[in-house]
Design a protein around this ligand. Structure first.
Ligand code: OAD
Length: 277
């Protein structure tokens, strides 16, 4: 056993003793619910439970490529609500930034498209946006890029943008444009596959706010070596975490549990100050 016990105090001691120098953090929608962004699968409050108005055949269709191809409007109705810039990072996001400032964040793998980790200060080169982001957009047919300002206009107007590119013979492409967030039926970004072995080189894994129900992201914690402590901060146990000797389950609200972890590291005041800025 690597940790003295399977408690937050033992994790705090492990970090304070300088044994965690390469921390890999994995996040999902649960770290942003307290910022006001719904997660996907929580019964009642999750996005998938509240899409009746879009009249979808099934909830995940709104993020499914085949469905989008025939009916892109529901996505654009939702896109306006999800578009980054309207929300403030939580103390959980600030904690990831604190790990980076302490020089012990190896990588953050996020499934989120809200860009709140970045907004909290985590630098680009530390973030793997496994499910893409709203940062760029392209045509689903010719893959050509599309201007940002026209994308913003489409999102504001809840209208569907079409590709402006022409084929070599001068034919307009006119394909559907979508933000480069990963839909079901699409490959994850190359950066995910280039870095997916990093958990095996980590000395601490922290998984927060995810149901770990979407592969291949859900496999990341299993790449950690036996003996590498894995901490789960989530309202429910997920993904088989807890099955190893050095797994620590911190079940409850992310922000509250993160404060406990920061306290165990002796960083709570610093974290609160950083978040308040
Ligand atoms: P989910 O909605 O599947 O899971 C969120 C998890 O966070 C659940 O286990 C919740 O119980 C938990 N949770 C919510 N709020 C919390 C809080 N304040 N404190 C602690 N726990 C909390 O979201 P993801 O796991 O991120 O993909 O979903 C994964 C992917 O499925 C998303 O990236 C998205 C979706 O379909 C695509 O669209 C491609």
């Amino acid at each position: 056993q690597t940790l003295d016990s399977r408690t937050v105090e033992a994790v705090g001691k492990y970090i304070k003793d300088g044994r965690a120098k390469r921390i890999v953090v994995m996040t999902g929608a649960g770290i942003s619910t307290s910022a006001g962004i719904p997660d996907f699968r929580s019964p009642g409050t999750g996005l998938y439970a509240n899409l009746q108005r879009l009249k979808l055949p099934y909830a995940e269709a709104v993020f499914t490529l085949d469905y989008f191809r025939n009916n892109p409007l529901p996505f654009y109705i939702l896109a306006q609500e999800l578009y980054p810039g309207q929300f403030r990072p939580t103390i959980t996001h600030a904690f990831i930034n604190l790990l980076n400032e302490k020089g012990i964040l190896l990588k953050l793998f996020t499934q989120n498209i809200d860009c709140l980790e970045r907004e909290a200060g985590v630098p680009d080169d530390k973030i793997i946006e496994a499910h893409g982001s709203f940062a760029n957009q392209s045509c689903i047919d010719c893959k050509g890029s599309f201007p940002k300002d026209l994308m913003l206009k489409a999102i504001n107007e809840k209208s569907v943008p079409h590709c402006l590119h022409k084929s070599p013979s001068g034919e307009p492409c006119d394909g559907l444009v979508k933000p480069n967030i990963v839909f079901f039926g699409e490959q994850l970004p190359g950066a995910f596959f280039d870095n997916r072995d990093l958990p095996s080189t980590a000395d601490l894994i922290i998984v927060m706010g995810t149901s770990l129900s979407v592969a291949p992201f859900s496999q990341l914690p299993s790449f950690a070596h036996d003996g590498t402590p894995r901490v789960l901060i989530n309202s429910e146990a997920v993904g088989g975490l807890g099955s190893r000797t050095d797994d620590v389950l911190m079940l409850g609200d992310c922000d509250g549990q993160v404060r406990k972890l920061a306290e165990a590291c002796g960083w709570l005041e610093e974290l609160e100050a950083m978040w308040a800025m």
